[in-house]
Design a protein around this ligand. Sequence first.
Ligand code: GLA
Length: 733
Amino acid sequence: MAILFNQNTKVFTLQTKNSAYQMKMIDYGVLIHLYYGKRLEDCDLSYLIQRSDRGFCGNPYEMQHDRTFSLDYFPQEYSCFGIGDYRSDAVRVINGDGSNAVDYRFSSYRIEPGKYRLEGMPSMYGEEGETLVITMKDQSTGMELELYYGVFEQDDVITRAARIVNGTGDKVYVDRAMSLCLDFMRADLDWIHFYGKHAMEREFERSPLQHGRQAIGSVRGASSHQHNPFVILCGKETGEDWGECWGISLVYSGGFYAEAEVDQFNQTRLIMGISPDNFLWQLEPGEAFQTPECLMIYTDKGLTQLSHQYHRAVFNHIIRGKWKEEPRPVLINNWEATYFQFTGDKLLSIAREAKELGIDMLVLDDGWFGKRNSDNSGLGDWQVNEKKLGGSLRELAEKINGMGLKFGLWFEPEMISEDSILYAKHPDWAIRIPGRPANIGRSQLVLDFSREEVVDGIQEMVFSVLDEANIEYVKWDFNRSITNLYSSALPPERQGEVAHRYVLGLYRFLENFVNRYPNILLEGCSGGGGRFDLGMLYYSPQIWCSDDTDAVERLKIQYGTSFGYPISAVGSHVSACPNHQTFRKTPFETRATVAMAGSFGYELDLNALTPEEKEAVKRQVKEYKAHYQLIQRGDYYRLTSPYGKCRAAAWSFVSPDRRECLFCAVITQLQANPDGVIVKLKGLNPQGRYRLEGTEEIYSGSALMYGGVLLPIPREEYESYRYYFKEEEQPEA
Ligand code: GLA
């Protein structure tokens, strides 16, 4: 049993292999949080809470003249607004009488085998999980709350979600409903989060928590390029290889909010959930609001271990379908090769070359439909432009399949251009505020996916294209943020529901998609990695990581991404030089070194390559395929930080049995009369004898880990190295 309830102490302890989580029902049913950390046995940590009279703190009425029961000091399991806890609140409502307070007290609990699932929203799956549901009630109003906990003991994962039920006789509004509130009885923590912008996502930032509130989030209708719904709290001393850390991610693709507060008593609270901006949810009596899920992982073994556990948890319990296990095809995407200027013949010429070079699939990107010859027009008209393709989509796909290649296609289903036929027919399908000019982004409007008929209408068009030809891959794009949020289908008092209803509409479409086309490999995208989150990964096992294909900038983007997301999730391509985003020149081999740390492909005109480059592509594809399991399923080690002083960015993949290691490094700075760059490997068997592929050189695991690898003196800028080490069979004793 991973979930314990001690009847005497009224303590709940959730145990995983290496972690534990504890909360306790105290006087009058107040549910306090006691612990999340290294595994401990059934015990009662409430002795750590010091009761004393704390001025200007709210006390529950029942305590009368006992002033030591301070709600503003006790760590709370799910903090309520308006009753004496002045710290960040997890839940806030507008009651029938206009007041905001809600005071949830314990009423019952149940423990169930299997992990709970969320209706209409992505959530972690897995038979081996267990569920705890705690039900709480506000005695004054009748408002109810269900706190959901999922425990995956072996994978060291605890999930949380909340459900708010209107048990009153009045209409109530939910003003804020976080998925999680997590209190710590300490303030000496850093927080790590991942900020960015279009074409520079998931930049790593670590800073000490300060007194007061610090927050990240998105009000863009998508999880966003600017902040990722994943944070890490960690001790000051925590590094890659040691120290306590807590990873918390939201399984959600819409606007989100994460706030950390250090309070007057040097305690820390983290809340995370749907963005409370743009949110006000009306509940009629008996109705309920379900929050999305949060995933939490704790380790005392440092950030590398945290990432390994995240990679495993996401792979085992989020990624679904055929392409979870099946080797993903190496693809060639025509976007940076042609942009909108292509013909059927041009695509076929790229496909022909791709086949020669060992590539598996051609992906036809934007511009194949309606009058879409630039990014100003045509979205919403998902009819094939046969004139441009020189025939039907089926014919094109057949020709490509005939060459022995798979065929994939780009869509941007959530968008509409004002010059489209669809817009002429359904102008009200676009999100905009009546009487106000719409703000546009990339010259386009967003469709109102909070409306069922809009989702159904687009779905029908998309599905009929997919039914027309043998399409084995789809790239699902989303190329602007939402503005002018409003739905013409909802009354004024429900406009605060549009943002979340939009996400639910998107999830419904995606669920229909994966059910109807279980063989199609879906790749998520939002101008690169603007919706790189666990919600999308539940449907699309890989996501185009960034529109920035510059190998050197990708070092940081992919470094940041690796903290919370598996390598197999990272769509990554070799592109042309000078790079189209930065104009930087990097060696062809370096672009492959970087792109191979993900789901690999090319995005350039293969016909324009030199004979030497074509030979290189052949070798690279072969090498990637040879190491596919190692890269996609091995343990990923960040060996140096691209933000650090080391003149090389280095990482490695180590097989679970520790017998294989692929070491990769890119020189990021040249130096005259250079000092040696030594990188220490990790995760090997110290006693093992590893041969460096292509040589007779043999090194012990301990030499490679404790001594390290000496990089050659680079002969050009951004040179890179890939060394494959394999452990020799041990001679029979
Ligand atoms: C987005 C994507 C690109 C490409 C273009 C097409 O920017 O991230 O990869 O598909 O759209 O318009």
